[in-house]
Write a protein that binds this ligand. Sequence first.
Ligand SMILES: N[C@@H](CCC(=O)N[C@@H](CS)C(=O)NCC(=O)O)C(=O)O
Length: 204
Amino acid sequence: MKLYYADTTVAVALIIALKEADLPCELVRVDFAAGDQTKPEFLAINPRGRVPALVTKQGILTETGALLDYIHALAPEAGLVPEDPFQAAKMWEMMYYLASTWHVNHAHGGHGERWADNKASHDDMHRKAPENMRACCAYVEETLLKGPFLLGDRFSLADAYLYVVSGWLKDNKIDVADYPKLTALREEMEKRASVQAVIAAGMM
Ligand SMILES: N[C@@H](CCC(=O)N[C@@H](CS)C(=O)NCC(=O)O)C(=O)O
């Protein structure tokens, strides 16, 4: 398998999950600063110009949630998804929330051009993003996150996802210390070899 990723992006959650599952995978860094995600070579992999993209023997897969589920399916013995159906659904609840709301709210802060053409509109979205991200943090902190991991004492795929996207809060000038459970999750994650490896590689 070959995973296309860029540093600090949601694709790093896949790298953490691959390490947790002990699955071999070639990593291909897409240089966003050089605009490699917009070049024909990468668009042939993912025409939307986004990471992550995973090349498998059967074809190419995109979308973080689908890829995380694929990693679990390849290595169920790693126990990255709870066996209990309710607990598994709680994990998916967080992952769908991160994909559909957290990630999208964050993107409004720096990628207003995806939704509007006028600079004034981009500036307005940029100003509004911290408020929306604070609402996301409060919802995760007060409603979803049990602590220290999402589901309590056991690690699951959603923790890798939340760890990576909560690293983006500094872009919104939000101090994660304002959210004690989120802070505890980040500390717990940073004790894991998988996370230490991505930090050491400069991916976070
Ligand atoms: N829905 C996709 C979103 C992927 C996505 O937007 N990735 C960002 C990085 S976090 C990206 O590739 N951005 C390209 C760019 O900014 O040009 C997923 O969850 O995998």
